[in-house]
Design a protein around this ligand. Sequence first.
Ligand code: P6P
Length: 341
Amino acid sequence: MDFTSTKTITLTDFIFAEQRKHEGASGTFSNVLLSIALATKIVSRGVNRAGMTQMIGAAGSTNVQGEEVQKLDVYADKVFATTLGRSGEFMAMVSEEREDMFAARMGDSSSEYVIAFDPLDGSSNIDVNVSIGTIFGVYRRLPETEGSSKSNLADFQQPGTEQVAAGYTIYGSSTMFVFTTGDGVNGFTLYPTIGEFILTHRNMQIPDSGSIYSCNEAYFSKWSKGIQQYLKNCKSGDLGNGHTKVSMRYVGSLVADFHRTLLKGGIFLYPGDSKNPNGKLRLLYECAPLAFVVEQAGGRASNGSQRIMELVPEDIHQRTPLYIGSKHNVEAVEASIAEHD
Ligand code: P6P
């Protein structure tokens, strides 16, 4: 990377260039994005040092989902809560790690936004050194709650179409911050030596169709006929989109599986099953943010019959089946479900 070149765009350059396009912009939205990026950098440092700082392993507690909490989960949650809290731009937050919505420190009646995040998704992969990630979605407070000095659950009960920003960070061989504000998707790679995110993936577009499907096939017998038929077609080399060389890739870390799907095309599936009809993944802080990103990149995200972006969360931790990726691949799954279920 040539840091003497004007072609080297930092995340800060990018955000303020976007701000300048909106005359009269106050800069609060830029501060929203920069505070998220700062939290990501701090978590990245923690993830990369985990092995040396005894941050690997379980924290000895379980979270609201009943999942064993890893030490880094707790750390990442605290980093996001305090870093975003200090920005003063958020009235309230929802975290995968906390049962209830919570007020953001320094958030007040002038704060215009709320944020939902999964501070460290895929954490069961931490101690085996597999890529993990953070996922976030930002909403503007509702007109009826804006200006009040109280956080209000209704601000989180908005469909994904109301997100003003969403994205993820993947802590992998490099740390990448990928986000959208509704005007395309851009990816930034962290240069740890200078502590800056540099624009490396401008205007990311997912292929209209792809030859990779991604799901945990151990659950095959519990899935619906529609899903089983779709996967049988995949195995026979028929993805319904002309692709015949079919591959299956599954990391077991949503951000890693999604990031690969965004770059290479194909589909990630986490269906509901007989035991858990809504599947495992959460709507508010996993599926809706990734749905915003994939739609902005030209892809599709569905619960099998509806756009993920149109689903309204009743409960902040509610789950939804997720089919996300290339448009033609997701449409093929929806068609199989419509035909067989
Ligand atoms: P399974 C990780 O625990 C996670 O929440 C996602 O990151 C991932 O996609 C999914 O669960 C994996 O679930 O049932 O295949 O282990």
